[in-house]
Design a protein around this ligand. Structure first.
Ligand code: ADP
Length: 497
């Protein structure tokens, strides 16, 4: 296979080499083609001219040759040779060269042996003496020559009546004219020089083009390289500016996009890692308090430190903590199922009013016990909803319980349900302590509690709202909160019909 001996390493080198190859090849092809055309043209023109001159010469010497007046032949031939500037040779009817004259040379004169019929073969002479013209190129010692031969015909000896015994026209000799093809070679040499110089200019242009092209190609590639190295070192900020719409512009676009995706992915991984670490810490923290209470009270009782009268109170506390622990474990399981996508809803057509009343009544006793006024306001003829009634009940109960929990005695909690823009809106409003504005965006995070130090009878783990939001989103809905510290909060659940 064809192999390039030197393999350039740089883009510039490669472009240079290919440009040079194209330039060189183009000039070679053009050169050969032009040479061929010019040679052909010159040759045809010269051939045409020389043919008619040879015919004239044959005619002019025919009379003297017939008479065998060699002096006269010589004179005519010499004059013709000078006027036509061609080497002339006269052959007699026996096909013997009788006279040669070359105006360019010194050795002229009557025929001598070594100069015999140079350039014509036997069959060519046969052809000539049958009355035909002949043209050929001969390769002289220095230059190529064009040789044209014409038969000398004796017209008088060839009578018009067909009765004559001459079967062929009466050929009494031949004249050859030959000229060097000097002009052609000079022109070709001139053109070759021209092509060579244009080639040199072409090479310079090719180098300039290769250089500027390699610059436009390599500078964005170098930028991509630098940015990729930055990326490998963990810096995703270096964005590359795209300056063109071509493939390199496309590459830069793709590179920037990939860098963004990798950055997002890494951030997500970091966030998940943080969450995982926090989860372990939070879970341990949440389990610690109720477990140590259960353990502490049990030990006190076993050691006989608790009086008979107080035993029931302590047992109740152990029970409360156990209930809290099992709720916590339930919540964690639900959350883990939600996050791993394992929790599937049992969607059915459910009556919104029935769902709302059920949830409201589940919380009502607690509200009463805490001295909080509970109101229910359900819009009449609400449409049915596709959903999981147990999960939606869980969401509503969580919101209502929170509202009751964070509202002081004498406060108010209301549940208002309406339908607008093919959405069911459930609004849980309280006149409780509210949530500080800077903490509002965080309350849906798992384990997030506004008042971390507050002890709430083992209640609350910070998982309720996280679960509620995921459940609502699983139904294709959303949840939002509005709150003012000291005035109260409103939680709104939007569910699509
Ligand atoms: P918890 O089980 O601790 O109530 P949630 O996820 O339900 O956990 O709530 C997260 C935090 O949001 C709570 O600790 C509380 O500080 C705050 N919060 C939730 N609902 C209300 C409300 N209605 N009023 C005031 N604060 C609230």
């Amino acid at each position: 296979m064809f192999k390039i001996p030197i393999r350039p390493r740089s883009l510039f080198g490669k472009l240079m080499l290919s440009h040079l190859l194209v330039v060189a090849l183009s000039f070679l092809v053009i050169g050969f083609y032009l040479t061929y055309l010019i040679e052909n043209y010159f040759f045809s023109a010269r051939e045409w001219e020389l043919t008619s001159q040879a015919q004239d010469a044959a005619y002019l010497i025919s009379e003297d040759l017939k008479e065998n007046d060699m002096e006269a032949v010589k004179k005519t031939a010499e004059t013709l040779a000078y006027s036509m500037n061609a080497k002339i040779r006269v052959l007699d009817e026996k096909r013997v060269s009788r006279y040669t004259f070359d105006p360019d040379a010194n050795t002229n004169g009557m025929n001598n042996e070594q100069d015999e019929l140079v350039g014509l073969e036997e069959r060519e002479i046969d052809h000539l003496f049958k009355g035909n013209m002949l043209t050929k190129k001969v390769y002289g010692p220095v230059l190529q020559r064009l040789l044209v031969a014409a038969p000398v015909i004796d017209e008088a000896g060839n009578p018009a009546n067909g009765e004559d015994n001459h079967e062929e026209p009466m050929i009494i000799g031949a004249v050859t004219l030959s000229v060097p093809l000097r002009g052609v070679e000079e022109t070709i040499a001139h053109i070759s020089r021209l092509i060579f110089y244009s080639g040199a200019v072409g090479v310079v242009i090719a180098v300039v083009f290769a250089f500027s092209l390699s610059k436009t190609l390599t500078s964005p590639l170098q930028k991509i390289n630098r940015a990729a190295l930055d990326m490998a070192a963990g810096n995703f900020q270096s964005k590359i500016k795209e300056e063109s719409d071509d493939e390199i512009g496309g590459l830069i676009k793709t590179f920037n996009y990939s860098a963004e995706q990798v950055e997002k992915y890494l951030e997500e991984q970091k966030r998940l890692e943080m969450l995982r670490r926090n989860l372990v810490a939070n879970v341990s923290h949440e389990l610690k308090a109720p477990l140590s209470s259960v353990r502490g009270f049990s030990e006190l009782m076993l050691d006989g430190y608790i009086e008979e009268a107080d035993k029931e109170k302590y047992l109740q506390m152990i029970l409360d903590n156990s209930v809290h622990l099992s709720r916590l474990v339930d919540d964690l399981l639900t959350l883990s199922h939600l996050e791993s996508g394992q929790l599937s809803l049992e969607k059915k057509e459910i009556s919104v009013e029935a769902l709302v009343r059920w949830s409201f009544e589940s919380v009502a006793p607690r509200g009463e016990a805490q001295g909080v006024n509970l109101n229910l306001d359900v819009e009449s003829s609400l449409p049915a909803l596709q959903g999981d009634r147990h999960r939606l009940h869980e969401v509503l109960v969580n919101l209502l319980e929170n509202a009751v929990q964070y509202t002081a005695e004498g406060g108010e909690v209301s549940l208002k349900v309406s339908c607008r823009n093919s959405q069911v809106i459930m609004e849980v409003k309280d006149t409780g302590r509210g949530i500080p504005a800077d903490e509002l965006p965080l309350i849906f995070e798992r384990f997030y509690k506004v008042d971390k130090s507050r002890r709430r009878n083992g209640q609350g783990s910070g998982l309720g709202l996280a679960i509620a939001r995921q459940l609502v989103e699983l139904h294709g809905g959303s949840i939002e909160v509005e709150s003012k510290e000291g005035e109260g909060s409103v939680f709104r659940v939007f569910l699509p019909l």
